[in-house]
Design a protein around this ligand. Structure first.
Ligand SMILES: [Fe+2]
Ligand SMILES: [Fe+2]
Length: 355
C-alpha cells in the first residue's frame, strides 16, 4: 500500500505532542470483580477481525460522490445559500463535507488508540486492563480502515478539527484515569456511533456502509466498556468529585456539538464561515441531526450516575434529553446484529442494498 496522504489545508505541525498526566497502576489483586467486564473481554477477543480480509476493498466508489448520501445530509441543504449554489459548487460541497467527516473519524480513531493504551496503564482493575487491551487492537484496525478508505478512495484529507483536539487534550491531560473514559468511551465514541450510523444506514455505496458497520460493531463494545467500568466506580466518589465529572461531561458535550461546525472547511470552500454557521443554526437537516447527536451519550451518562439537575439542564439545551429513557444496551446489540448481517450478505456474494 504505497500511497501519499494529502491534506487540503496546511497541517501546521507534523506531529502533536503534549505532556500527559497520570499514574501507572499495577494491581496484585488478580481476582476479577466484574463478571460483566469479563464477559465483554471474552467478546472482545472472539470478535477480532482483519480489516484487510473482511472488507472488500475492490468495491468501487463514485469519484465525485463516494458516499452517495441523500442531499438532505449535506450541510446547508434547503437553505437560501444552497439554492444559490451551482451544480458544480454543490458537488464540491458534498465532496468536502464527506472528506471532512471521514478525516475527523480517522483522527478520532487515532485518539481512541492512544486513550485505550493509556487506560491499560492507568486503570486499577485487572479486568479493565484486559478489556482495554482488546480495544487497543480494535482502534489500530479502525485507524487502518479509515486511513485506507480516505487515501485510496478520496483525493485528500482535512486536519483534525479544533473541538476534537481540545476534547482529546482534556481527556488525556487529566491525571485521573476515569477522565480518559469520560472523554473517549462516553463522549467521543458515543458521538461516533451516531455519525457512523448515518453512513451505515443511509449511504448507497456498499464499501462505505461496510466499513462503518464493522467499526460500529467494535464501538458498541467500547461504549459498553465505559458504562460498565464507570457505573461501578462513580458510586464510590464524593458528591464534589462527581460534580467535577459532570462539569467535564457538560463542557465536552458542547465541544462535540461544535465539532460539526467545521469553519476551516467553509473558509477553504470560499464561503463566509460566519454567515454559514448562522444559517446552519436554522437549517432543518442540521436541527434534525443535532437532536440525534446525543442519542448514544445521554443514556450512558444517566446510567453511570452523572445525572444531576445541571447535567439534565445542559442536555435539554443541547437537545438530547429525550434519550434519557432509551435502552442503551438494546441499541448496542442491534449494532452487532447489523454487522453480522453484512457478513452474511457479503458471503452470499451480492451487494448490500441500503434500507
Ligand atoms: Fe474506534
Ligand atoms: Fe472505539
Amino acid at each position: 500500500m504505497a500511497q501519499q496522504f494529502k491534506y487540503t489545508l496546511p497541517v501546521a505541525e507534523t506531529q502533536w505532542k503534549f505532556p500527559a498526566a497520570g499514574e501507572v497502576a499495577f494491581t496484585w489483586d488478580y481476582d476479577a470483580r466484574s463478571e460483566d467486564l469479563l464477559r465483554l473481554y471474552a467478546k472482545g477477543k472472539q470478535e477480532q477481525w482483519d480489516a484487510e480480509a473482511r472488507i472488500d476493498w475492490s468495491l468501487p466508489v463514485d469519484p465525485e460522490d463516494p458516499m452517495q448520501m441523500d442531499d438532505q445530509v449535506v450541510p446547508l441543504f434547503g437553505t437560501p445559500i444552497w439554492h444559490k449554489l451551482s451544480g458544480k459548487q454543490r458537488t464540491e460541497l458534498r465532496y468536502h463535507s464527506q472528506v471532512f467527516n471521514l478525516s475527523q473519524f480517522l483522527h478520532g480513531e487515532q485518539g481512541a488508540l492512544v486513550c485505550a493504551a493509556r487506560i491499560v496503564q492507568d486503570v486499577p482493575r485487572i479486568e479493565s486492563k484486559f478489556y482495554a487491551a482488546t480495544q487497543v487492537m480494535d482502534e489500530a484496525r479502525h485507524v487502518e480502515a479509515y486511513r485506507r478508505l480516505l487515501s485510496e478512495k478520496f483525493r485528500f484529507a482535512y486536519p483534525i478539527s479544533r473541538p476534537l483536539k481540545t476534547l482529546l487534550e482534556q481527556a488525556l491531560g487529566d491525571p485521573r484515569w476515569d477522565f480518559t473514559y469520560l472523554g473517549m468511551q462516553v463522549l467521543i465514541e458515543g458521538l461516533a456511533l451516531v455519525a457512523f450510523q448515518r453512513i451505515r444506514d443511509y449511504s448507497k455505496n456498499t464499501l462505505c456502509r461496510q466499513v462503518n458497520a464493522y467499526v460500529m460493531q467494535d464501538e458498541a463494545r467500547h461504549v459498553a466498556f465505559g458504562r460498565l467500568a464507570l457505573r461501578d466506580y462513580y458510586p464510590e466518589l464524593t458528591d464534589a468529585e462527581r460534580r467535577e465529572r459532570e462539569e467535564f461531561v457538560i463542557e465536552g458535550s458542547y465541544h462535540l456539538r461544535d465539532r460539526f461546525n467545521s469553519p476551516e472547511m467553509w473558509d477553504r470552500l470560499g464561503f463566509d464561515a460566519k454567515e454559514v454557521l448562522q444559517t446552519l443554526q436554522n437549517a432543518e437537516g442540521q436541527i434534525r441531526f443535532r437532536k440525534r447527536l446525543f442519542s448514544r451519550i445521554v443514556p450512558t451518562v444517566r446510567d453511570i450516575g452523572l445525572w444531576s439537575e445541571r447535567v439534565q439542564k445542559a442536555y435539554t439545551e443541547l437537545g438530547g434529553i429525550q434519550y434519557a429513557s432509551t435502552n442503551a444496551q438494546e441499541m448496542l446489540d442491534h449494532d452487532a446484529k447489523v454487522a453480522e448481517e453484512f457478513d452474511r450478505k457479503m458471503r452470499e456474494g451480492f451487494a448490500v442494498a441500503p434500507k
